[in-house]
Ligand binder design. Sequence first.
Ligand code: GTP
Length: 593
Amino acid sequence: SKRDDIRNVAIIAHVDHGKTTLVDGMLKQSGIFRQNQKVEERVLDSNALERERGITILAKNTAITYNGIKINIVDTPGHADFGGEVERVLKMVDGVLLLVDAFEGPMPQTRFVLKKALALDLPAIVVINKIDRPDARVKQVEDEVLELFIELGADDSQIDFPVVYASAKDGIAKYSMDEPSDNLKPLFDTIVNHIPAPAGDPEAPVQVLITTLDYDDYVGRIAIGRVFRGTIVSGKEYAICKKDGSISMTKVSNLYEFMGLKREEAREATIGDIVAVTGIQDIDIGETIADAENPEPVPYVNIDEPTLSMIFSVNNSPFAGQEGQYVTSRHLRERLFKEAKSNVSLRVEETDSPDSFKVSGRGELHLSVLIETMRREGYEFQVSRPMVIIKEVNGKKMEPMESVVIDIPEEYMGVVMEKMGARRGQLTNMENMGNGALRLEFEIPTRGLLGYRSEFMTDTKGEGILNAVFSGYTPYKGEIPTRSRGALVAFESGESNTYGLYNAQDRGTLFIGPGVRVYEGMIVGENSRPGDLDINVCKKKHVTNLRSSTADEALRLTPPREMTLEKCLEFIKDDELVEVTPKNIRMRKTILS
Ligand code: GTP
């Protein structure tokens, strides 16, 4: 049977594209807030750190009613590093709202989460938000979204997505840009009409897949999930299907459903309901609350593996305890292991020393948020530098990679290209966003990106925006040289047979031909592999002769200047100032993805 009175939808949005503002608006308009009750602050981001950073870290649940239909809105984490969280959240819903900023267009996080949603066969509604922005590019952004769906292999029905144009800030939504609107009704209607009602058998043996954990000092652990099958009743005994295959029996104390931002007690919950369950202390994410007589788990949701580790140690310095609270290894241990229970892609391990713990997570931001949260709680401890987790697949070493999108004023192109290049970043796309704004996209080993964010902020005088998302594994290619020596690097596009020159030390020196999308700006003296064509150092003089002196000019050289490999070599040989020895310049075939 079907639950026509319910819609479960997840919001997918890039950081700052307006998710919180939109949900606030929906809550207000659905009459959740009593007439004269002011909304003091943005309601979704409840954790203080989240509010301060303005990002949503943990998935939250909200529900609103519209024309007698309950719409459960599940917030997905806005930041790229929290990948594992997203997949679990998507298991709770029957469709997604893809919220895209009318100026910025789809971003890597959007792409990453949308890909997962499409793979789960979820229908999508596209909401183009911030249409009130003076620099809004509504039509282009809509095209970019369509391209993205095609690129991600969406099927025909998924590509046929409805589009709603919105200004979350003004609380309006519409079906077409030229129609007037003073409310979000078109959005509510699109959700109700386009997101399927949950279906299932309410009489079948119950299955509740736990996708989120919460904790309350009074009731202890709270398990949150969706009822896939059957009906769960408070006070009854159920089987907990654990990930290791074992089954334990527990009595469920209370059930709660979401209404507005609150939880309301319920006696029972059935198919499609998203429910919070108390009384089960031994349950984890991905486990199922099942019928006591016919316990069957919902297949386990795979959580992304951690990519970075840090050692957290008790602070043994004589100054310990002066600012924070002195922490013993037992405190630290308890705090970390408690965190690992609800922070899904986090892993905590003992080390040889009782005072140190290895904490592994998804990228620098994931770990830095934990460190900051713990410090705010008063914990004082030391952390090591982050280390990338190298994975072994069929005896081969593989390392994690990130897709990076960088938005900068064009004058910073040179320094960004240089630094990313030296860190083994490969330029995969470059786009002029108008008004002097430039977008660069790179693929880079996670290792290469370590510590770059703060340098980037300094280099771009705080004006740059850098977003990174884990993109998969690549064969491990050895150490990344820490300092570039300043040479010409030639690179080649496998597709279009064009070549370019780049000088890594002399910022802004760039010659690239049409179709050259992949960039290899690393100085390769020590790390050349057999078969690579290496040519030696370029002298600065040579560069001065030939280069474009500013990033501006370099940009203008893209795409007009074209160079074949022959020409490129000729050019180097002919120029007396360059020594050609098989050392410092590497010709490298790059594979375009
Ligand atoms: P995270 O919680 O970090 O994921 O961000 P978010 O997606 O929830 O974005 P949020 O709602 O916090 O909005 C980000 C910024 O965009 C805020 O400054 C909002 O005021 C602004 N904003 C949101 N919606 C609109 C809109 O429709 N138009 C304009 N001009 N600004 C908007």
